[in-house]
Design a protein around this ligand. Structure first.
Ligand SMILES: [Zn+2]
Ligand SMILES: [Zn+2]
Length: 122
């Protein structure tokens, strides 16, 4: 999402906020990348790590009926992660895994998915 008052013709890095924690994008921090979803939604690497840990490794599910995934805008049957800070923002399992794969391939970033306690390959 974008900071209130963002000049849409001249968007700066710090205008880009994570939908899940509200932090601005810091392009100088390669460990905290920002990934873009549909309709100007964004998730930062920190939130993606939390989501990956909770959904993939711990099997949590924060599904709320009728709440579509913030990133792909689909109401999916798979598990959903919501940030405790912004419960109206949600991330589906598919987006978590796709985002993790995309970020790990991106040479500009050092982000790696969290390693699970039992299954390091997941
Ligand atoms: Zn975030
Ligand atoms: Zn999704």
């Amino acid at each position: 999402m974008f900071r209130v008052g963002t000049d849409e013709t001249n968007v700066q890095y710090e205008d880009v906020l994570c939908n899940f924690c509200g932090q601005p994008w810091d392009p100088d921090d390669p460990s905290r990348p920002m990934l873009e979803g549909h309709h100007g939604s964004h998730v930062c690497g920190e939130c993606l790590s939390l989501a990956y840990q909770a959904i993939v490794h711990e099997g949590q599910n924060h599904r709320t009926e009728g709440l579509a995934c913030t990133m792909c805008l689909e109401e999916r049957e798979d598990e959903i992660w919501s940030s405790s800070e912004r419960p109206d923002a949600s991330l589906c399992r598919r987006c978590i895994k796709q985002s993790a794969t995309a970020l790990e391939k991106d040479q500009d970033y050092t982000w790696r998915r969290p390693i699970g306690p039992t299954n390091a390959q997941e």
